[in-house]
Write a protein that binds this ligand. Structure first.
Ligand SMILES: *Cc1c(COP(=O)(O)O)cnc(C)c1O
Length: 352
């Protein structure tokens, strides 16, 4: 049955080992970020088998799935700031959470007390990307407040870059985290164990040795699954780029004009499309759409090109290729397409 996403578990293991090894060379112990796979259990098992013992996800539902499958074999880290209304589950299932709001940390403390636990947190610092995090100048004030919360343990400081603002991690901006750690520890009362220096966009400065000494943790998603760092999306040496393949079935093949006939208004998604007139060409329709994928996929056949897609149909130009109804076409998804395919209940997950 199609559409499918084929997941090559051996390639995931290979990528995981390569990334762990590279990080270890630089004194970094990363966690594996499972959110793009919706914390798929077999994928997570491959990551754990390859040496990851800390798994991170942005959704508590996914963390519950991981805890139920792997129990105390793994440590779980919640990536998205907890919702005030969800602190009970966060404390129950997540060993560590990333935080930036005192009111939420207080609520976590309350639930940790009720559950007889200490909840560990990493405080997120905004170094300019303008997504989550407290301003560097507010860190010491937050420290004073959090110190009073008996069921909260601050493990360290972290940052997230290259997500909203596209800000690239550098020695200069990450050094701010190290300076903040030093001022935190100045009174000699508490040391911070973790300095979490970002996501897959921090790999370049790690391999070029520009990453400041003291950064000892990264949160890796895309690099593990797609073999790319995320500043320029360059291939990371020795990793596989084609861990995942999206497969869909052809339901129509016809020669048609390359420009629609009639007056052009908006398409199915409220955009006004434009077309290049290439005369008649061979077009194929695959039975998969934006409910299942994003259009950011690379066909494995050079003679097939994605020219558009609506909710349930993917339109392909298929010149110079023998293609017929019933054929299966293959694509390597980029991040957005992978996220959608793993999330769509219509896309079957097949393991290789
Ligand atoms: C998604 C996410 C990551 C992983 O990012 P990649 O670019 O996939 O490595 C890391 N940290 C946070 C806070 C995230 O939300």
């Amino acid at each position: 049955m199609y559409p499918q996403i084929e997941i090559d578990l051996n390639k995931i293991s290979d990528n995981a080992k390569v990334m762990l090894e590279k990080c270890k060379e630089h004194g970094i112990y990363p966690c594996a970020v499972t959110k793009v796979t919706c914390a798929d259990e077999q994928t997570a098992a491959a990551l754990i088998k390859s040496g990851f013992n800390q798994l991170a996800d942005s959704r508590v539902e996914n963390i519950i799935k991981l805890k139920e499958a792997f129990g105390d074999k793994i440590e779980t880290l919640l990536l998205r700031l907890p919702m005030l209304s969800d602190c009970h589950r966060v404390v129950k299932y997540c060993d560590i959470s990333l935080n930036s709001e005192l009111s939420t940390i207080k609520e976590l403390n309350k639930h940790a007390k009720e559950q007889g636990k200490t909840h560990k947190i990493i405080i997120m610092v905004d170094l300019g990307d303008l997504r989550e995090g407290i301003w560097p100048s507010d860190v010491l004030e937050l420290k004073e407040q959090v110190k009073k919360l008996k069921n909260i343990e601050v493990l360290g400081l972290g940052t997230n870059l290259t997500c909203y603002g596209g800000v690239i991690p550098t020695n200069k901006n990450l050094k701010k985290l190290i300076e903040l750690k030093e001022s935190w520890e100045q009174d000699g009362q508490q040391s911070l164990k973790i300095i979490s220096g970002g996501n897959s966009s921090s790999i370049n400065i790690m391999t070029s040795k520009e990453i400041p000494e003291g950064v000892n943790h990264l949160r890796l998603g895309e690099s593990l699954f797609l073999g790319r760092e995320t500043v320029a999306r360059n291939h990371i040496e020795n990793t596989h780029l084609d861990v995942f393949k999206v497969k869909a079935e052809i339901i129509e093949v016809k020669k048609k004009p390359s420009v629609p006939i009639g007056t052009i208004g908006q398409d199915a998604f409220g955009e006004t499309p434009t077309f290049e007139d290439k005369g008649e060409h061979l077009r194929a329709i695959a039975a998969i759409g934006r409910q299942d994928i994003a259009l950011s996929m690379e066909p494995t056949s050079k003679n097939i090109k994605i020219i558009g897609g609506s909710s349930d149909h993917l339109l392909l130009e298929a010149e110079n290729v023998d293609i017929k109804v019933g054929d299966i076409v293959e694509f390597v998804p980029e991040y957005g397409a992978l996220l959608a395919a793993m999330t769509s209940p219509y896309v079957r997950k097949i393991y290789k």
